[in-house]
Design a protein around this ligand. Structure first.
Ligand SMILES: Nc1ncnc2c1ncn2[C@@H]1O[C@H](COP(=O)(O)OP(=O)(O)OP(=O)(O)O)[C@@H](O)[C@H]1O
Ligand SMILES: [Mg+2]
Length: 400
């Protein structure tokens, strides 16, 4: 295999260095520009020295030392290879940059050299994905039963300003980021218990509307004069889980307009409505108020297009499917399988379950052949339109 081969950030398969796009799923592939830098996407990036606001993630593996005592060095290397593969897959999926590997720890940066408006959210999504991947690794390799050892990750994430650029002299320069944010991320990681993700104040502020946090007592971190606020990430926040702080002001015309369209729905075939407005003007709030005011007989589904899922096949459909079956983001595969199967009518389980698992990205080991998938792809529109009716019991608040 080509030594410069790397993993596709979208489907996770190994691809050769010559490919600009993944031959399996078509997603753009990282450009290889240097030993320690894996920049995702095909956009031209500026590697010159710059001040940037980034989110730095440190993930350190625990349990590899006891494992190392019980297994052959070559076997340990194989376990670590699978581990690093799954870590880098999470970073690349959210278009972050692997800055370095230190022993069995990984440092990743979100926001340099490529910035996104939601880098902290991407970093936390990657962190939760990493925790899930390590849990799956323990099960897949049956480490506890075979070797009596369990792998776990401690993760720290800190957001803030850094200086990004090439470091290390002319002959062997590598792109990296430097600043207090990096040191803090490492200290937060050291303070996290195995299986935990601990973040600093700024990262929490950037991501509070997408994740649930638990405040920890301020941490006395090595090298810091004052205690540092710290938060444990508990998981993804459910849409509408936090009530609005203020009562709705105005918007009666807009709501009346939406309700009249809803009234027409029962008489006609429905319509598409667009809500457009400047950032923060109240688009999401209007939709929330409208959904909350729908009578119980009206079923509704919410799908969301996330900025980091533009290269993920069926991301929007997956979000609708999760809504249809009341599945949380990041649910583990056995739970998803059970929930989907219990929601499908018996004849649909065999045909539809593999398809739904594939769409929800649980199918690294998809039993579907490429030919079957192509057939399914062609009929997705019909599927979404008609298969809602094959669910055994009507979902609580959903209809495709
Ligand atoms: N009519 C209103 N009455 C009271 N509060 C409102 C109203 N409209 C919006 N808000 C509040 O203003 C804040 C921003 O609103 P919202 O998130 O809906 O904006 P948005 O247009 O969806 O923003 P973005 O473009 O960033 O998605 C929210 O806290 C929301 O509850
Ligand atoms: Mg909005």
């Amino acid at each position: 295999m080509d030594k410069r081969a790397r993993s596709c950030g979208t489907c996770g398969r190994r691809v050769g260095a010559k490919h600009a796009f993944c031959p399996y799923c078509g997603a753009p592939l990282p450009t290889l520009r240097g030993a320690s830098l894996q920049v995702t996407g095909t956009a031209e990036v500026d590697l010159g020295e710059q001040r940037r606001v980034v989110s730095v993630l440190f993930a350190d593996l625990t349990g590899s030392t006891p494992l190392g005592e019980r297994v052959d060095a070559e076997d340990l290397r194989n376990v670590l290879k699978v581990f690093f593969d799954s870590m880098s897959r999470q970073v690349l999926r959210y278009e972050g940059t692997i800055d370095k590997y230190v022993g069995d720890a990984v440092m990743a940066v979100f926001g340099a050299p490529v910035s996104h408006e939601d880098d902290a959210i991407r970093a936390l999504n990657a962190a939760l994905g990493m925790q899930r991947a390590v849990a799956a690794l323990n099960v897949d390799l049956d480490l506890e039963r075979t070797y009596g050892a369990r792998l776990a990750l401690r993760i720290g994430v800190s957001s803030g300003e850094v200086v990004a650029g090439r470091l290390g002299g002319e002959s062997a320069a590598a792109y990296t980021v430097v600043g207090d944010t990096v040191n803090t991320a490492q200290r937060l990681q050291a303070a996290a218990a195995p299986g935990e993700i601990v973040v600093g104040e700024t990262a929490r502020r950037f991501a509070w509307h997408s994740f649930v946090f638990e405040e920890l007592p301020p941490l006395m971190l090595k090298g810091k004069a004052r205690p540092v606020p710290a938060y444990r990430v508990l998981g993804w926040r459910r849409e509408g889980a936090t009530p609005d702080a203020h009562a709705l002001v105005g918007r009666s015309d807009e709501l009346a307009h939406l309700r009249s369209a809803l009234g027409e729905l029962s008489r006609t075939t429905g319509r598409v409505m667009g809500i457009v407005g400047e950032a923060g003007v109240g688009k999401s709030r209007l939709v929330r108020e409208f959904r909350a005011s729908c009578t119980p007989g009206v079923n509704h589904l919410l799908g969301r297009c996330q900025s980091f899922e533009t290269n993920t096949p069926y991301a929007l459909v997956a979000s609708l499917v999760r809504g249809l079956f009341h599945l949380q983001v990041g649910e583990d595969e056995p739970t998803a399988r059970r929930v989907l199967a219990s929601g499908l009518a018996d004849p649909a389980i065999e045909t539809d379950l593999p398809l739904l698992l594939h769409v929800l990205r649980y199918s690294q080991r998809s039993p579907l052949s490429r030919r079957r998938l192509r057939g399914y792809n062609a009929s997705w529109a019909q599927y979404c339109e008609f298969r809602g009716h094959t669910t055994r019991r009507p979902p609580r608040s959903a209809a495709a």
